[in-house]
Structures are given as structure tokens and as C-alpha cells.
Write a protein that binds this ligand. Structure first.
Ligand code: F6R
Length: 257
């Protein structure tokens, strides 16, 4: 893992955008995209680059990590709608609606939808660059603690912690947050050729420490990334606060720049 520590989310997101733009200039086609607050500034930077003509997702494909089960298609917080607002269209990043892929969260058979989604990623040739955030409980995608570390796209239940954390998107009401989701599995995520994980804020510090320095364990699902050979982690100071080997991470980061 390459660990970059920045003063602010804004500086880390500018670096993230630089890395994404370079990958697409070098020929990447399939973009794995996260939702939640963490990638907001990254997507803002990508929209700016699109306006400036230095970046486009036109003709590329984007695959979401996850989707809530049972959320209506016109709900503003369905992940499809969140990603549509962030990335789709000429006034955003040039991504075409038909090239935005999200798991089907409203179907009668979500298990089949999960299998279909996994196959659609493979059929497209796999993810070139996957953006990840991390939950305070260590989830990536919505792979909550103590699940299968090799899972394919599947249905998971959200922890109370995740429901509480995500209530801010649902008028502050935890009761309004969907309780289940379809998520790319840890095995699916691990097949991405390159992974870029962003984490900001003190509430991520424990999960980040476990992911980077802890033993690999299903208790902290993001620790599975220790076994991937091309992961970059970009942190702000607050998210990096619990790292014990900070100096070593920084020396390695400097060597790689
Ligand atoms: C989102 C996702 C989640 C979030 C995580 C952090 O598609 O899969 O893993 O990345 O819950 O959420 P934020 O960024 O809102 O703190």
C-alpha cells in the first residue's frame, strides 16, 4: 500500500484527481466509482478537468460499488442518482447515461441482480481503477465486518453504525436509511487492477489504522487490501492520526513520488 498523508481533504482530492486523470490518459476504460461524501471533491476536480478539456469519461464505463435495496429509482439518494448528478453528461464528466452501471436495487430478485452485476463487470473486462471510501467500521463497498473475504457481488445488511452514519443523507432519520444493499464483494473489488482509497476525518482514524497496520481480519474488511499489489491510500491528517508507522509511510511515499 502506498500511503499519502495530506493537510486537508482538498489537497488529497487534488492528488487523487491527478492520479485518475493520468490513468485515463494512459488508456483506462472502466472506472469503479464510490458514493458517499468522501469522493465529492475528487469528482468536483474531475468535472473541472472536463470543463478544461483535460479529462473525459465519454466513451468510458463507470461501475458503482453498491446500491441500496428497495430505494425507489427516483429517490435522490439512490446511488444511481447520486452518481448521475456527479458524473453523467457533457456538463459533468462526459460519461454517458448508458455507460453508468449500478446494481439493480429494486428488482424482485436482488440475489440474481447481484450475480448479473458481477458478470457485467467481468464481461466489460474488469475494473481498471477503483475508487474506494471506507466506513468507520472498516467496510469497503458495503462489505460489513465479519463477512466472506472472497465474496462476489452480493446482498449485505448494514450495521447500525453505517445506518447512523448515513442518516445524514436521509434527513437525519436512521429509520429512513435502507437496511440492506447490493455490494460488489471483497473478491470482486480485489480484482480491480488498481485501487485508490480516500479517507478523511477523525471518525475514520481507527478503521484506517486497522486497514494499514492491523492484522488482516474479516473484522475490519478493508484489511483485505493488504493483499492487493496496487493500492494507493490518500488521507487527511485526521484520518491518519492513529497510524503508528507514519514516518515509514511518509518515507516510502516520498520515494515513490
Ligand atoms: C459508497 C461505499 C461506502 C462509502 C463509505 C464511506 O459507495 O461503498 O463504502 O465509501 O461508507 O462513506 P462516506 O464517504 O460518506 O464517509
Amino acid at each position: 500500500m502506498k500511503i499519502g498523508i495530506f493537510s486537508t481533504p482538498s489537497e488529497a482530492s487534488a492528488k487523487a484527481a491527478e492520479l485518475v486523470i493520468a490513468e485515463f490518459q494512459a488508456g483506462a476504460t472502466n472506472f469503479g466509482v464510490a458514493t458517499g461524501s468522501t469522493p465529492d471533491l475528487l469528482y468536483q476536480n474531475l468535472r473541472r478537468a472536463h470543463q478544461l478539456g483535460t479529462f473525459t469519461l465519454e466513451g468510458k464505463r463507470a461501475f458503482a460499488l453498491d446500491e441500496y435495496i428497495g430505494i425507489s429509482k427516483d429517490h435522490p439518494e439512490s446511488y444511481r442518482n447520486v452518481l448521475r448528478r456527479a458524473l453523467v453528461g457533457d456538463e459533468r464528466t462526459g460519461l454517458r447515461e448508458a455507460d453508468l452501471h449500478t446494481p439493480e436495487g429494486t428488482t424482485a430478485d436482488p440475489h440474481q441482480a447481484a450475480r448479473d452485476y458481477d458478470r457485467s463487470i467481468a464481461a466489460a473486462g474488469g475494473i481498471d481503477l477503483q475508487i474506494l471510501g471506507i466506513g468507520a467500521d472498516g467496510h469497503i463497498g458495503f462489505n460489513e465486518p465479519c463477512g466472506d473475504m472472497h465474496s462476489r457481488t452480493h446482498i449485505d445488511a448494514l450495521t447500525d453504525q453505517t445506518i447512523t452514519d448515513n442518516a445524514r443523507f436521509f434527513g437525519g432519520d436512521p429509520g429512513a436509511v435502507p437496511t440492506h444493499c447490493i455490494t460488489q464483494g471483497l473478491g470482486t473489488i480485489m480484482e480491480a487492477r488498481q485501487i485508490l482509497l480516500l479517507a478523511f476525518g477523525a471518525n475514520k482514524a481507527r478503521a484506517v489504522m486497522e486497514m494499514v497496520e492491523g492484522p488482516m481480519s474479516a473484522r475490519w474488511p478493508a484489511t483485505v487490501l493488504q493483499n492487493h499489489s496496487n493500492v494507493t491510500v490518500l488521507l487527511d491528517e485526521d484520518a491518519a492520526a492513529n497510524l503508528q508507522l507514519r514516518e515509514l509511510h511518509q518515507k516510502r511515499w516520498e520515494m515513490q513520488q
